[in-house]
Design a protein around this ligand. Structure first.
Ligand SMILES: Cc1cc2nc3c(=O)[nH]c(=O)nc-3n(C[C@H](O)[C@H](O)[C@H](O)COP(=O)(O)OP(=O)(O)OC[C@H]3O[C@@H](n4cnc5c(N)ncnc54)[C@H](O)[C@@H]3O)c2cc1C
Length: 458
């Protein structure tokens, strides 16, 4: 590679949240950045017209805003998103043991247990953004302190289920909290213990931009473009050979530095390497269903229907089979209704009329007391595992590979630098990557890359 630490030519593969956020940071440091996006910018977050309504697909809950603020600070920007608390927080969880609102309000019989649960997670609260945004290096005192807090709080339990069992909480609260293991794309038996703490760590900090999640996409595109990044849509990378990219159509581009914001298996294939990934080694996929209703749904902003039995759910999804009962995450906003069903990562093209999808919708309607709601829709659309597989992880796994719990959390050093001059960012290297993990990962990679560029060894 040539030149000083600044002013490199950087090719960024993938224009999702991770690629765009990093493009802005690198552009701001004087690098000449080109983002290559095979489809539309935004990746999982995009705008989808359904009838007369427009939905923002992908992320619906903006949590751990401290990570977003840390990103803005590094970029030198003020927050344009106007984040608003989502009414009802994480929503009512309709468990087989009864409904549980999270956070649990003081008037609820589960309140004392909820307080005990929140208290058990409290030692981690001041360290969480450090864990999400700091490179995992044992030479960094802040990281060491945060890791120690994580180990103290999880008390040697590897999995979310193990930690929850040790708390001895009532079954309804345990079931509701265990649902959040699926933020790692895994059942509580497989997710790192940290994921059992999520409702306690989020507490009331569940937000959405006032004008919808799409404004996050607009904002990141604007930040990147304002710093000179060239954002190329419809530019699919077909091969990576050393520093040279080959695009669909045969165009070749050479850069000083390449950064992949793609799934690592996808990157490996572009480099001519063979990667096999059976369903048992993948996080779950989903069927995202969108409906434009003739009138506002009589539902709260967020409702959660966990699988009846996590062990059954795990057995089916790991075998690549459709579980009899799955996680359904329901969002209602005026006449817009969205339902996300967790599904095995098999790349299946499950549409709105598929018998399993219909059966799950009926279960949702029965649990929420709104029979016939879906059928009343003016227009509907579905994004199935096949959609997520097209530009994402094998089988459409929402959070990439299913790593064992001791590798899935923030303590595991991720493969940020795949080879000299080739770095990785995004969900695939930040297991359980929702927006906080993806944005935190962008800050981590930016920190590591700067140091390497200064040292002349990126
Ligand atoms: C239904 C759903 C609900 C979710 N809910 C939440 C939530 O409530 N809160 C939250 O924080 N997170 C949520 N998430 C997760 C969040 O959306 C993702 O973690 C985040 O959007 C991932 O960003 P990314 O940039 O890592 O990956 P992606 O968005 O997958 O971006 C990768 C990009 O690479 C492109 N690409 C692939 N191959 C190539 C190629 N060969 N050449 C060029 N480009 C290529 C793809 O087209 C894509 O645009 C949800 C996700 C889904 C799907």
């Amino acid at each position: 590679m040539s030149g000083g630490p600044a002013g490199r030519s950087v090719g960024l593969l993938g224009g999702g949240v991770a690629g765009l956020a990093l493009a802005a940071l690198l552009g701001g440091q004087g690098h000449r950045v080109t983002v290559y996006e095979r489809d539309e910018l935004g990746g999982k977050l995009r705008r989808l017209p359904v009838g007369g309504a427009t939905f923002d697909t992908g992320p619906s809950l903006f949590t751990f805003p401290a990570v977003w603020r840390a990103y803005l600070t590094r970029l030198g920007e003020v927050d344009p998103l106007d984040l608003r608390p989502l009414p009802g927080g994480l929503g009512v969880h309709h468990t087989p043991h009864g409904p549980v609102p999270l956070p649990v309000p003081p008037s609820h019989p589960l309140w004392p247990h909820w307080q005990r649960y929140v208290g058990a997670a409290a030692p981690l609260v001041p360290h969480l953004s450090t864990l999400l945004t700091t490179p995992p290096r044992l030479t960094d005192p802040a990281f060491v302190q945060a890791s120690a807090a994580l180990l103290r709080t999880t008390r040697g339990h590897l999995t979310a289920q193990g930690w929850l069992r040790a708390q001895g909480l009532p079954p309804a609260l345990t079931h509701a909290v265990a649902t959040h293991a699926l933020n790692a794309g895994l059942s509580p038996q497989d997710a790192p213990a940290l994921y059992a703490l999520i409702p306690a760590l989020v507490v009331t900090e569940v937000y959405r931009p006032a004008q919808g999640m799409g404004t996050l996409l607009d904002t990141l595109c604007r930040f990147a473009a304002a710093r000179g990044a060239l954002l190329r849509e419809g530019a699919e990378v077909r091969a990576v050979r050393g520093a040279v990219l080959t695009l669909a159509g045969g165009e070749e581009a050479r850069h000083d530095l390449l950064i992949s914001a793609l799934d690592p298996a996808r990157l490996a294939a572009l480099r001519g390497q063979l990667v096999r990934s059976p369903p048992a080694r993948r996080t779950v996929s989903g069927v995202a269903l969108y409906a434009e209703l003739p009138q506002p749904a009589p539902l709260p902003a967020t409702s959660v229907l966990p699988p009846h039995d996590f062990a059954v759910f795990r057995r089916f999804t790991r075998a690549g089979a459709l579980p009899p009962s799955t996680l359904a995450l329901v969002h209602a906003e005026g006449p817009r209704l969205s339902v996300l069903l967790a599904a095995p990562a098999t790349g299946a093209a499950l549409g709105t009329e598929h018998p399993w999808v219909q059966a799950q919708l009926r279960q949702v309607e029965a649990a929420l007391g709104v029979p016939g709601l879906w059928r009343s829709a003016r227009a509907v659309a579905a994004l199935p595992p096949a959609h997520y597989a097209a530009g994402g992880h094998p089988g459409g796994a929402l959070y990439g590979a299913a790593l064992p719990p001791w590798r899935g959390g923030p303590l595991h050093p991720q493969p940020y630098r795949a080879a000299p001059g080739l770095w990785q960012v995004g969900t695939g290297v930040h297991p359980g990557g929702g927006l906080p993990a993806v944005l935190g990962g962008v800050l981590i990679v930016d920190t590591l890359l700067r140091a390497r560029l200064q040292a002349g060894s990126a």
